[in-house]
Structure formats: structure tokens, C-alpha cells
Design a protein around this ligand. Structure first.
Ligand code: ATP
Ligand code: MG
Length: 199
């Protein structure tokens, strides 16, 4: 088996995440892609995220019509700070040695990789797939990680969760930036300071 793991805050999940995961799945012939919302991500500074339960539920809604996609609550259940290395170790254990793991990230996230906890050990557990992302340059990684990393161009979507949260706060539309069921969920629970709205 070839399994892709897409980690993130998904605060909220949007089409940038979904297109990236789908294009990578197709190109790398993955049998499945698992989205793993973090409980709390270190290195992210001060943000005001929706609860992990809401972020998990929105991810579930977003992937409903893709048979290859699923969502794992492994990091949310564990609580505390989420480290990719711990998560990948768990997946390796449950899938077994025969399964090849790929960690999927955007250009911004992969640039942080050398700062991740036990990055060296992580690179023995999986290969990395770094996707292009508008506004971020896919930089060359330190040599020791290069042979574990694949760079891939995905259709450019200049969408970010930060931008979506900003729009909601200002009462601006977020239609077509994320799946409609996620949009409805956000308004239903008034997430990110949103006001009830007609679709
Ligand atoms: P925030 O603005 O809150 O940081 P985000 O949009 O960057 O949110 P994350 O949950 O931080 O979303 O990202 C999860 C993963 O998805 C990261 O590896 C990130 O690089 C990647 N990613 C997010 N948006 C895009 C996009 N538009 N194109 C390609 N990759 C993306
Ligand atoms: Mg981000």
C-alpha cells in the first residue's frame, strides 16, 4: 500500500488542501490519503482556531465524495502538541512495514521541516511530497532531506484558511473557496465570528 498523510490545522479545510491532496494521490498512485487535523500545532504562534472537534467535522464533510480520502482524529484524541514524527510512527505501526508512507505538505510547510522535532528520524519513516503554493517559493531543502523529498506542481489556488477567517470576520463571502457543506457548517455554528447568511 501507498498511503499519503496530509497534516494541517484545517482551520477551516478549503479547496487548496483538497486539490493538493487529489493531485498528489493521482500522480503518486496512492491507495489513500488521510487528512490529520492537528490538536494544536507548535510553531504557529497565536491564532484563535475553531475547536478541534469542529475542524475534524469540517474535514469529514469536505472529503465525503472522494473514496480515496479519509480523516483521522489521531492527533486530536492524543491532545497536546502534535508532532509529525509521533503521528507517522503511529501510522507506520498500524499499517505495517509493507506500507509506504508519504507526508504531503505545501511549499510553506516543507520549508519549516528542518525545524521539526526529530526531523531526521521522521525522514526514515516516510517520504515527503512538497506541493507548490501561490505566494511561497519551493526552496531547496538541506541536502540530508533532499533525497526523501519530491517536489510537485499543483494547480495554483491562492486560498488560505487565514484569508477565509478574515473574510468571515468582515462579513465577506467565502463561497467557492471551500466545499458548500463546510461553508454551511461554519455559518450554522457561527465559527470565526461569522453571522448567519443566505447561501
Ligand atoms: P493557515 O492560513 O491558518 O495557516 P492554511 O491555508 O495554510 O491555513 P494549513 O492547515 O496551515 O492551511 O495547511 C495544511 C497543509 O496544506 C500545509 O502543508 C499547507 O502548506 C498546505 N496548503 C494549504 N493551502 C494550500 C494551497 N492553497 N495550495 C497548496 N497547499 C496548501
Ligand atoms: Mg498554514
Amino acid at each position: 500500500m501507498r498511503v499519503g498523510i496530509m497534516g494541517g490545522t484545517f482551520n477551516p479545510i478549503h479547496y487548496g488542501h483538497l486539490v493538493t491532496a487529489e493531485v498528489v494521490r493521482d500522480r503518486f498512485k496512492l491507495d489513500r490519503v488521510i487528512f490529520v487535523p492537528s490538536y494544536h500545532t507548535p510553531y504557529k504562534g497565536r491564532i484563535h482556531p475553531a475547536s478541534s472537534r469542529h475542524r475534524y467535522k469540517m474535514a469529514k464533510l469536505a472529503i465525503e465524495n472522494n473514496d480515496y480520502f479519509s480523516v483521522s482524529d489521531i492527533e486530536i484524541k492524543k491532545g497536546g502538541k502534535s508532532y509529525t514524527r509521533d503521528t507517522m510512527k503511529e501510522f507506520k505501526k498500524s499499517f505495517g512495514k509493507e506500507t509506504k508512507l508519504f507526508f504531503i505538505t505545501g511549499a510553506d510547510a516543507i520549508a519549516q521541516m528542518p525545524r521539526w522535532k526529530r526531523a531526521k528520524e521522521l525522514s526514515t519513516l516516510c517520504e515527503f511530497i512538497a506541493a507548490s503554493r501561490p505566494g511561497f517559493k519551493l526552496r531547496r531543502l538541506p541536502v540530508k532531506y533532499q533525497r526523501h523529498t519530491h517536489l510537485i506542481e499543483v494547480p495554483a489556488l491562492a486560498i488560505s484558511s487565514t484569508d477565509i477567517r478574515g473574510r468571515l470576520k468582515k462579513g465577506e463571502t467565502i463561497k467557492y473557496l471551500l466545499p458548500e457543506d463546510v461553508e454551511k457548517y461554519i455559518y450554522k455554528y457561527r465559527l470565526y465570528g461569522s453571522k448567519p447568511r443566505r447561501y
